[in-house]
Design a protein around this ligand. Structure first.
Ligand code: GAL
Length: 933
């Protein structure tokens, strides 16, 4: 028998608690027992997230996929009937008032009664749990049969977004309009995969764990309906055990059904997150069955409390011992060193078919605390919990967590480990730009890296639970997270949105989110909803909110809960039931400009003071701010003299080309510029901070241009290129970083002699601007202003230079030069090496430059890309919201000088990946990166 190092380590780990207890003889016997059962331990696979007797196996690869054509009638295996959709509402302004649900009656057989029992573990009241009806819907349907030939179906690997390759749908009458991103996300589709279940799995509990499938998922195994989950953003599990045939191939079939008119943004379509096959002993730690909290936290000690819920799916009552060891995680998230603490063995006895909870705690000396950079370090730990039956380990479960204290102060905000951390946050949707909704860790990490460079320290998961790996990233990188469940409750924003399932599923979805994410140190606040229609329904709405808050508190009594309100005022019912007052746009005031007087749009005076006066004991947070608009590299004249103004034609908008000026002064009707929000927060220091709408541009909701494909509100464009606003936030959020940034670019051959305002964002307090060496004056930053403006500059080609000062000393500078004509392409990859795992990515920026290497700011040359070696072009983009070229295209125009190529590694082959970019009349370029094992 080969005993590997990790097995020896496991023996040591098992023995350690007993030795630790001083019971040496017992420890010796325990060791012997463990050595005796080593062969069993050694043979278990370690392909997934966990090990020992529990296996968590990635089953992302080699699926077969079929989607009905949008004109074909799909099968009738429907979850439920839906109301008819009359009229197009896809382009409604975000603050339109949600409306009553339409009552529907099922007129045909539906599968809902078989699906509802999947959520039973997340329904508290046993009387409300569902009983599976007799029968097996779909039993005769061909796609479910083991012998169905699916070889003509498309071969796909997960995570998979069926809609992202396009094509984009154009025009006003398009089947999918701008609101949902003009991509073919609606429709019914099937995924099939054969699972090889060995005979040795007989007697195990076997589960399918789906991190996210968009949407109305229903699962069959070997032709038998197993269960499913409607909400596309929830993670969920179905138990396969009763349907599995160990000792051969088992046929899995999953049906998804994405309704049209179901979202205010691009949902994507398909099994767009990771999928796992989990095999355990019948007695095992329940799904998300651990809950760790930390108390009395200081740098010298902390108490770690842990609850472990255990399922006994066997036919016998059993005594169980639960041992948990705690290890430090290193910066990469790997377990490092010996156990730093052990929770005393907990003993319990579990009746057959029941679950039970045990609780223990341990004190840790000199803990390394988790906290947001730059002032703190996101240190983490991992708790390794082992279940022992008759002293034999039967299950092992890992829980990552951080040790930190949170305190909410109504007069200043959120304290992490005693330090006031003002929330410098952004709202983020789930898509990854040109890669769509299909989750990719590297793409998400890149989003966070660029946000971090800006000084962002918090993410609002708007408006739905994220991929679990995204929280792993925020934990590792030290972002605070507002984890949000819903965008609507009973009232609807779109005819076929989540309101249809809210009455049946809100408890299961909400508990699933909290139970899954409550060990994540990032999560500092739960949100039960965004701008829900129930804000308008007085006590009835507040009663729903109260029910949701109670659910959250049952799952996590320690954290606070909020809801993001764009309408409810201090004297209304909803805010009174919240722990934290989440204010959307109302802090700065909504549509206060005279032009909105007499219109039927929402108008609201600034509300921070009123909320603070009414709720002096509650923290107030700018849960959503700004909704400022801009297209990267577009500057329109004349420039408004205001510091913030809603955009309209001739005032920040170019409706002919569907672009918005990047002077960063313009916003949606109900929004404000970044500067105005900074001023409002600085004037109200009791506000905990803000979540800007929004960090990265996203697919769908292309306000103000419905014909476009993606938003204009991002600080960073869809391709990941920084808009000017990035530097405005950086100047304010990273005051200690010496920086200065000039706008606009300086290529205006048609503006010679015309007024062309120059604005500067800097972390300095003063700056001097020079045009071709001549000073245009030195200006000082004024209180409640966040940029320096030279609004009367007359354009002449040449060089603009700014020298910024702080406390009278030179602090930073920036230079912008008039460039020559486009002459060549230059390409730079954000990484020189990627892993050959078929998932890792490199992001290559291609610039159109003049002969001196300066980016030509208005260049829109058409570029052709190619790749050679063990990599492929996953997608290309340029960040232009109007660009309807499909993302997989190998050809694309530069948008204001820039284009992006996303390279994905190919599995198994190491070697050089060479990427070329060519454009007629320009010198081409090539960039090489390594694909490594
Ligand atoms: C907000 C809404 C966001 C987004 C934004 C666009 O009111 O909460 O989801 O729609 O408007 O400006």
């Amino acid at each position: 028998m080969k005993i590997c190092k990790s097995s020896l380590l496991r023996i040591y780990n098992y023995c350690y608690p007993f030795i630790f207890n001083g019971r040496k003889i017992f420890a010796f016997i325990a060791c012997l027992v463990l050595v005796a059962c080593l062969p069993a331990l050694a043979q278990t696979a370690t392909t997934g997230k966990e090990s020992v007797s529990r296996q968590c196996i990635s089953i992302n690869d080699n699926w077969r996929f079929y989607k009905y054509d949008s004109t074909a009638k799909p099968d009738d295996l429907i979850y439920d009937v839906r109301p008819e959709v009359n009229g197009q509402t896809d382009g409604e302004l975000a603050d339109a008032k949600p409306t009553e649900a339409v009552i529907i009656k099922a007129t045909q057989a539906v599968l809902k009664p078989w699906i509802l029992p999947t959520g039973n573990d997340f329904i508290k009241d046993p009387a409300k749990r569902y009983i599976r009806p007799e029968g097996n819907p779909g039993s005769n349907f061909s796609f479910l049969q083991n012998d169905f030939h699916d070889s003509s179906w498309e071969k796909v690997n997960l995570p998979h977004d069926w809609a992202i390759k396009g094509p984009f749908m154009k025009g006003d009458e398009a089947e999918v309009g701008g609101g949902m991103g003009r991509l073919p996300s609606p429709g019914v589709a099937w995924y099939r995969k054969k699972l090889d279940i060995p005979a040795s799995d007989t007697g195990k509990s076997i589960f399918l764990d789906v991190d996210g499938a968009m949407s109305y998922a229903m699962v069959w195994l070997n032709g038998k309906l197993v269960g499913g989950w409607p909400y596309g953003y929830s993670s969920w599990r179905v138990e396969l055990t009763p349907f599995v045939k160990p000792g051969g191939e088992n046929q899995l079939a999953i049906r998804l059904d994405n309704p049209p008119n179901s979202m205010r943004w691009y949902p994507g379509g398909g099994i767009y997150r990771n999928v796992w096959l989990t095999k355990t002993h019948p007695v095992h730690v329940s799904h998300w069955g651990t809950f760790i909290t930390t108390h009395d936290v200081s740098h010298t000690s902390a108490t770690i409390n842990m609850e472990v819920t255990i399922d006994n799916n066997s036919k016998d009552d059993t005594p169980i011992k639960v041992v948990t060891q705690i290890f430090a995680l290193n910066a990469n998230g790997n377990k490092s060193g010996d156990a730093v603490a052990t929770i005393e063995p907990l003993k319990t006895s579990i009746a057959a078919g029941k679950k039970t909870k045990v609780e223990g705690s341990v004190a840790l000396q000199n803990p390394k605390l988790w906290g947001p950079p730059p002032t703190q370090v996101p240190n983490r730990y991992i708790a390794v919990t082992t279940l022992l039956q008759n002293n034999q380990p039967i299950d092992q479960y890992e829980t990552r967590f951080g040790i930190r204290s949170l305190r909410f102060d109504p007069d200043s905000g959120v304290y992490v480990n005693g330090e006031l951390i003002k929330i410098k946050g952004v709202c983020q949707h789930h898509d990854l730009g040109a890669l769509g909704a299909a989750f990719n860790t590297r793409a998400a990490e890149r989003q966070l890296e660029i946000l971090k460079e800006m000084g962002c320290n918090a993410i609002r998961m708007s408006h739905n639970p994220p991929a679990p790996e995204l929280l792993e990233l925020t934990d590792r990188m030290g972002f605070l997270v507002m984890d949000e469940a819903f965008d609507m409750w009973v009232l609807k924003k779109n005819p076929l949105d989540f309101h249809l399932v809210f009455p049946d599923w809100h408890e299961q979805d909400l508990r699933a989110m909290v139970r899954r994410d409550r060990n994540s140190p990032s999560v500092f606040l739960w949100s039960i909803g965004n701008e829900v229609g129930e804000q308008y329904t007085g006590n009835n709405g507040a009663a729903i909110a109260k029910r949701l808050i109670d659910i959250v508190k049952e799952e996590d009594p320690h954290r606070f809960t909020t809801s993001a309100m764009n309408w409810a005022k201090p004297d209304m019912s909803l805010p009174a039931v919240l722990d934290v007052i989440g204010v959307n746009y109302q802090g700065e005031g909504i549509r206060q400009f005279p032009e909105f007087e007499g219109t039927n749009r929402i108008r609201t005076a600034p509300q921070y003071d009123a909320f603070h006066a009414k709720f002096p004991h509650k923290v107030i947070l700018g849960a959503e701010t700004a909704s400022a608009l801009s297209s990267r590299g577009i500057y329109l004249f004349p420039v408004s003299n205001e510091m913030s103004i809603p955009a309209k034609d001739g005032r920040g908008l170019d409706s002919k080309n569907r672009q918005v000026s990047s002077y960063e002064l313009y916003s949606v009707d109900f929004g404000s510029s970044a500067d105005k929000v900074f001023g409002s927060l600085d004037r109200h220091p009791f506000v905990a901070g803000e979540f800007v709408w929004n960090g990265w541009d996203y697919l769908g909701e292309p306000t103000p241009y419905y014909e476009s494909r993606s938003s204009y509100t991002g600080i960073i464009d869809l391709a990941g290129f920084k808009k000017d606003r990035f530097y405005l936030y950086q100047s304010h959020w990273r005051p200690d970083l010496p920086m200065a940034h000039i706008l606009p670019h300086w290529n205006w051959p048609d503006r010679i002699g015309e007024i062309t305002p120059v604005h500067v964002f800097t972390s300095g307090d003063e700056a001097e601007l020079f045009l071709n060496g001549k000073s245009l004056g030195r200006k000082k930053m004024i209180q409640y202003e966040y940029r320096l403006r030279w609004d009367d500059v007359k354009y002449e080609p040449g060089e603009l230079k700014v020298e910024a000062y702080r406390n009278g000393k030179k602090w930073a500078e920036d230079v912008v030069k008039t460039t020559g004509e486009p002459a060549r392409l230059e390409a730079k990859s954000n990484r020189n090496e990627i892993l050959s795992d078929g998932k890792d990515l490199a992001f290559i920026t291609v610039r159109v430059t003049d002969k001196n290497g300066l980016t030509v700011p208005r260049a829109n040359n058409r570029i052709k890309f190619d790749v050679d070696g063990p990599g492929e072009i996953a997608a290309t983009d340029n960040g232009d919201p109007t660009n309807l070229m499909p993302f997989p295209s190998y050809e694309r125009e530069a948008f204001n000088g820039l284009a992006l190529i996303i390279i994905r590694s190919k599995t198994g082959n190491s070697g050089l990946i060479t990427v070329t970019a060519k454009s007629p009349g320009l010198k081409g370029t090539q960039v090489a990166l390594k694909n490594k094992f």
